[in-house]
Ligand binder design. Structure first.
Ligand code: SF4
Length: 193
């Protein structure tokens, strides 16, 4: 079995007990599907957002709504396909009315799923999408406008924070910085030159 298939097997084993997860309040607040993540399990880069939205909840896939399409377009502009990267969120279930995940929800979910996904995939680079994903990863409050595009470190992995694509949709002027940050992350991951 090659490394990619082996890592996928480990991810499938990780997900199996949580297909109907009720470990945090989001399990009982109307979610349809647990959205674990998608993409290459042996990717050099992981994108981490905040939480699934309506489309993601319906399809069981991360970043497939308008925000996801913007992220996919940014990757494609840089000659990277969505399937080449791994995409997930801090929490795997949709919060009602797209509210922000509560600290108890983020803490519980990342400890059982996200941190284990990172251990299995071991990417070179993590690119966080939006301030909530960044703050939740570190349990610390950052100012996204000040730290975006700069190198941070998490568990020996370089982290490049950028804006959430939903923010870019609302503030098209930030699109230039968003693309620059994605490019920087992909260069550091050695996925583009
Ligand atoms: S958000 Fe995470 S911890 Fe909470 S119910 Fe969903 S999978 Fe379980």
């Amino acid at each position: 079995m090659n490394v990619k298939n082996y890592k996928q097997k480990l991810l499938d084993e990780l997900y199996k007990p949580y297909i109907k997860c009720m470990q945090c309040p989001l399990g009982g607040l109307g979610r349809t599907k647990v959205v674990f993540g998608a993409g290459n399990p042996d990717s050099k880069i992981m994108f981490i957002g905040e939480a699934p939205g309506a489309k993601e909840d319906e399809l069981g896939l991360p970043f497939v709504g308008r925000s996801g399409q913007l992220l996919t377009r940014a990757l494609n502009k840089l000659n990277v396909q969505r399937d080449d990267v791994f995409i997930t969120n801090i929490v795997k279930c949709r919060p009602p009315n797209n509210r922000l995940p509560l600290p108890i929800e983020s803490t519980t979910c990342k400890s059982i799923l996200l941190f284990n996904q990172i251990k299995i995939i071991r990417p070179k680079i993590i690119c966080t999408l939006g301030s909530h994903a960044l703050n939740s990863l570190y349990d610390k409050v950052f100012q996204i406008t000040k730290c975006r595009g700069k190198q941070h470190e998490f568990d020996g992995i370089v982290v490049i924070p950028t804006y959430h694509p939903a923010y870019v949709l609302r503030n098209p002027v930030s699109g230039k910085h968003f693309l620059e940050d994605i490019k920087c992350a992909l260069e550091l991951a050695e996925m583009i030159k």
